[in-house]
Design a protein around this ligand. Sequence first.
Ligand code: ADP
Ligand code: MG
Length: 342
Amino acid sequence: EAVINRIAAGEIIHRPSSALKELLENSLDAKATSIKVSVEDGGMKLLQIQDNGCGIWKADLPILAERFTTSKITSFQDLERLTTYGFRGEALASVSYVSQLSVVTKTKSDTCAWKAAYIDGKLASKDGSPTEPKACAGNDGTIITVENLFYNTPTRLSALRGSSEEYSRILDVVTKYAVHNPHVSFTCKKSGSASPDITTPSGSSVKQAIGQLYGQTIAKELLETRISSAGDGVIRVDEEEPWSAEVFFTSPNYQAKKMVFLLFITHRLVESSRIKKALETIYTGILPKGAFPFVYLSLQIDSRSVDVNVHPTKREVHFLDEEQITQKIGDAVHAILIGQNQ
Ligand code: ADP
Ligand code: MG
């Protein structure tokens, strides 16, 4: 059974950066305003994330890493939304099947923190023997520690690149979430290093965060627009769900060798080749050959519109009204770019 779970877990957690993505989303879901990531050997030896979010109740610790444990379903209506990205409550369980997972957590109302360790979904120390949560010192919030990722799945381990390649993927994920969450302060560093590779302050704006993380050359040339289904005051009948989008995109003055595209759908970092292609095509008519833009797009759609058949970690998503929404966003961006060009 453990072997089957391990294989399933490897389908969800592909590499250190995909584990980190899940952990970051959990910290953000827990309303953290400070997130600190620490990494050793590209995340293969150690991946640690400390947040100042709501913490986890001690009573929830025994089942925390069991599959389908989620605190995010509180009503029957939420159950419908379960389909958001086709899965819920699988991330920590998956991580525990392919690593040595431990948690230190404290809620505001707890007088001390609690530490728990997991193997294969259950409370257990590294040698696999059963354990119980232990009281310890700690700040409000949660520290998740993932050690020796894929130690028990050699095929996954051998599919990884070197630690510097894995680390740069980690930095990429942290960077993108930092842009999308400018109200949260992020740091990311190699453990033991005094100077972080990423530090962002809390309370900045998306534009400031782009400037800080991707460079002022980009920030200087950023245009922005907001688009929504109700933009003209009417939700059209052919669009079944209301939606809205916020786009930051570079003017034709900025020309990169490769398109940088950040896409968040309902606050999850995802990929959509359709949207990317549509935007790329718009710029093809405007920029010289071989020049590409920077685009950040945050799309908010009702969770029920996201295709449940696509697994979340495949990242490529499809959603209801994809064609019309893509068209409208493209039209809005195009109109502004053309105006700029004159
Ligand atoms: P999901 O996020 O889909 O609920 P996960 O396996 O990612 O499932 O997490 C399981 C549960 O663990 C969450 O629902 C949440 O209650 C709790 N949890 C995980 N990480 C944190 C965190 N950093 N802070 C507070 N609670 C957390
Ligand atoms: Mg989660």
